[in-house]
Design a protein around this ligand. Structure first.
Ligand code: FES
Ligand code: FES
Length: 156
C-alpha cells in the first residue's frame, strides 16, 4: 500500500506491506534507528514516538494507520543543533545508563508535560509507567523529568 506521512518534518511517500508496523517502517524504511524495539508485547515503551503530537507505542500501530499523519521520533527533537530541554535534563541528571529505553522515555516524558506542565513526582511515575527501564531504577529518570519541567520544557 502507498502511504505518505511526515516524519521529523520531512514528507515520505512509500510502498509498504499492510502488516508493516510503524516502528519497523521508521527503523527499516527510513533508517531512523533511535526508536527501539524492546519487547513483543506492547509493554516496554522503547518504541514510543509522537503521532500527531501524542505519545504512542509504534509497535502497536501499523504504518498504514499513520498515513497522512505527522510523526516525531527522538531524532527530530533537536533544533538548530540544540538538544530539546528534556534531552538535556536526562543528560544532566544521569537519567540513563545503557540508553536503550531513553528515546522512548524522552518522548513519553515530553508528552506527559504537554498534559501536566508541572507534575508531582507521583504524577511523573504514573505518567511513565508504560515505559520500562532495565538499568536506572527510575530515580534519575523521574528527577530528569522534574528538572525539565522546572526549566519550562512543557512549552517545547
Ligand atoms: S517495543 Fe513497543 S512497547 Fe516494547
Ligand atoms: S537506561 Fe538502560 S534500559 Fe533504561
Amino acid at each position: 500500500m502507498k502511504i505518505s506521512l511526515t516524519v521529523n518534518g520531512n514528507l515520505h511517500t512509500s510502498e509498504v506491506e499492510p502488516r508493516t508496523l510503524l516502528v519497523h517502517y521508521i527503523r527499516e524504511h527510513l533508517g531512523l534507528t533511535a526508536t527501539n524495539v524492546g519487547c513483543d508485547t506492547s509493554s516496554c515503551g522503547a518504541c514510543t514516538v509522537h503521532l500527531d503530537g501524542e505519545a504512542v507505542k509504534s509497535c502497536t500501530i501499523l504504518a498504514v494507520q499513520a498515513d497522512e499523519c505527522d510523526v516525531t521520533t527522538v531524532e527530530g527533537l533537536a533544533k538548530n543543533g540544540e538538544m530539546h530541554p528534556m534531552q538535556k535534563a536526562f543528560m544532566e541528571n544521569h537519567g540513563l545508563q545503557c540508553g536503550f529505553c531513553t528515546p522512548g522515555m524522552v518522548m513519553a516524558a515530553i508528552s506527559l508535560l504537554r498534559e501536566i506542565p508541572n507534575p508531582s513526582e507521583e504524577e511523573v511515575r504514573i505518567g511513565l509507567e508504560g515505559n520500562l527501564c532495565r538499568c536506572t531504577g527510575y530515580h534519575n529518570i523521574v528527577k530528569s523529568v522534574l528538572d525539565a519541567a522546572s526549566k519550562g520544557a512543557a512549552g517545547r
